[in-house]
Design a protein around this ligand. Structure first.
Ligand SMILES: [Zn+2]
Length: 182
């Protein structure tokens, strides 16, 4: 079950998707007009939970966990304790989600469409990739697994850099995995 974060008042009409609609607070003053919805009180937005498939998710203190639901689905797709045979994944560390980046970064597009993972089982990729066999195996397995996520976009990390499934030249991703969704 995903966790949700209460978001600040939004005044005005905008389109919201079905999953948002059913998570609106009861009695939140919601009005419907021509298929669009007026949000004039709080809504619950999807937030990255503290545990995914038994894998503990830790966060840098400046991370905004409110993200596009597709990012949460992506994390559910890639985070598994047995993602790499012989190397148990217990914890990941998220260094950025919907924060710390400027447009047009996917991090701050829409409700937040990217996430960065920088530590595996408490070990920083910047220090332990590729020298630590477990960090390397799990990092590589996570990146490989994300390639099978239907809504994948960017998959940049120390193992490879791909965009929409194709090799893509981009620097600066030796110390973390950056994944984004369409
Ligand atoms: Zn990133």
């Amino acid at each position: 079950m995903s966790s949700y974060r209460r978001e600040v008042t939004v005044i005005g009409f905008r389109d919201i998707n079905k999953s948002e609609r059913i998570r609106l607070m009861n009695g939140s003053g919601l009005n419907c007009s021509s298929g669009r919805w007026l949000l004039n009180k709080e809504v619950y937005m999807p937030a990255i939970p503290g545990k995914v498939n038994g894998v503990v998710v830790e966060f840098s203190s400046n991370v905004n966990r409110s993200v596009d639901e597709k990012i949460i689905n992506a994390l559910k797709h890639i985070l598994h304790t047995d993602i790499s045979s012989g190397h148990k994944l217990n914890r990941v560390f998220i260094s950025s989600a919907n924060d710390q980046h400027k447009f047009p970064s996917r991090h701050v597009q829409g409700n937040g469409k990217a996430v960065d993972i920088s530590r595996i089982n408490g070990m920083k990729m910047s220090v332990f990739y590729p020298s630590n066999p477990s960090v390397k195996a799990i990092t590589d397995a996570i990146q490989s697994k994300f390639e099978t996520f239907p809504k994948k976009r960017e998959n940049f990390g120390p193992f490879f850099q791909k965009k929409l499934g194709q090799p893509y030249s981009v620097g600066g991703h030796k110390d973390h995995i950056h994944i984004s969704v369409n």
